[in-house]
Design a protein around this ligand. Structure first.
Ligand SMILES: Nc1nc2c(ncn2[C@@H]2O[C@H](COP(=O)(O)OP(=O)(O)O)[C@@H](O)[C@H]2O)c(=O)[nH]1
Ligand SMILES: [Mg+2]
Length: 367
């Protein structure tokens, strides 16, 4: 007997667009069929090439992404776009579709667009985006573009899924948004100054180049791939100008995207990132599952009500109450072998996002 999940999986593999939309909805909404479907997908779907497009709101990400998607698809690839944008309403795709047609002409037969809810992602990337990447790959998409709004910490979430991070800037967004917070500059593999048709674009380019030189260990690199005398290779993030209104600069941008990917593959980094992404997904999901189970257990306990009532009367100790609850669901262990494993797991789970490629490459490229 075939289950509903197995049927959707087969339809997905056969490339039926409706199966893809359905599968994505299941995963987004965490329906009861989702785990079985995902199990099959993770066992069989390849890792696509994942490109994250991030940056401040208004920089032109949504306008630029269709151009990038079309150009990449013109090369023969099938491209999926996941727009994780809290400002876009949760449409069934109709509104998004209109916007794309406005911006980049007729839809491309090899490009699939979908907006994704940010729910659960704490203002950043929904944790299920990693699953959606594999869902789209199962449907035959070999490139996935993820549009996400950059707001501090949330850019960092993109590192857990993307092989390449494109940071989009534009003139007129305010100096500090541009020549920014070192943290954001450091995760970018490519810097784009969009709205090149507007005054001030050159200044933004110059300030980004300046900021890059300050944050880079080697000041004499050219943009993109650098071949060093000792045979090592090095990626210096290019700063590129685009105009999303007519697609100016998108060809060069896509050329650099391909160059970056080729370098990752040459360095063995592409596969390494795939494994890291899986590891990050496991860690994030482990956290989710444990948190949910603990919450369920706590909610069914009479102790919770007692403690809450105590606090409601006033004069209580909230920290002590929290500790009592924690002790009740997870009694502190006295067996040292028992202690080690959870400590190692907790350490793995709380580790910071993976460091960006170009701060690691010196280590990795020297044999
Ligand atoms: N002049 C100009 N305006 C642009 C360009 N790209 C986007 N815009 C406009 O900038 C605004 C924000 O664009 P949008 O793509 O929604 O930005 P996002 O918030 O980064 O996704 C919209 O009104 C766009 O029409 C461009 O290259 N030149
Ligand atoms: Mg947008």
């Amino acid at each position: 007997m075939t289950t509903e999940a197995q049927r959707v999986f087969c339809d997905l593999r056969a490339g039926q667009p409706r199966a893809l939309s359905r599968a994505i909805s299941w995963v987004e909404n965490e329906t009861r069929q989702a785990p079985e479907l995902l199990e099959q997908i993770y066992a069989q779907a390849p890792h696509p090439w994942v490109i994250g497009i991030t940056g401040a709101g208004g920089a032109g990400k949504s306008s630029l992404v269709p151009h990038i998607a079309r150009r990449l698809a013109d090369g023969g690839s099938r491209v999926a776009v996941l727009a994780v944008d809290p400002s876009s309403p949760l449409t069934g795709g109709a509104l998004l579709g209109d916007r794309i047609r406005d911006n980049a002409g007729e839809q491309h037969p090899r490009v699939y667009f979908r907006s994704v809810a940010t729910r659960g992602g704490q203002g950043g990337l929904a944790t299920c985006v990693a699953d959606l990447v594999r869902v789209t790959a199962a449907a035959g998409h070999d490139i996935v573009l993820i549009e996400t709004v950059g707001a501090g910490q949330s850019e960092l979430g993109i590192l857990n899924v993307a092989h390449c991070v494109v940071l989009v800037n534009a003139p007129g967004l305010g100096d500090d948004v541009q020549a920014q917070k070192a943290g954001v500059m450091e995760i970018a593999d490519l810097l784009v100054v969009n709205k090149a048709d507007r005054p001030g674009a050159e200044d933004v380019v110059a300030s980004l180049q300046q900021a890059l030189l300050l944050s880079e260990a080697r000041a004499h690199m050219r943009e993109g791939v650098n071949e060093l005398a000792d045979g090592a290779t090095y990626w210096h993030p290019p700063v590129l100008k685009t105009a999303a209104l007519d697609g100016t600069g998108v060809e060069v941008l896509c050329g650099q995207l391909h160059a970056h990917r080729a370098l990752l593959q040459r360095q063995g980094r592409f596969e390494e990132l795939n494994r890291l992404h899986d590891l990050r997904r496991m860690q994030a999901y482990f956290k989710e599952v444990v948190q949910r189970r603990l919450q369920q257990r706590i909610e069914s306990m009479a102790l919770l009500q007692l403690l809450e009532e105590g606090l409601a009367r006033g004069g209580g100790d909230p920290l002590g109450a929290a500790r009592q609850l924690a002790d009740a669901v997870l009694p502190p262990s006295h067996d040292p072998t028992d202690l080690q494993a959870p400590a190692a797991l907790a350490d793995a789970v709380t580790r910071s996002p993976i460091p960006p490629l170009h701060t690691q490459k010196e280590k990795e490229t020297t044999p």
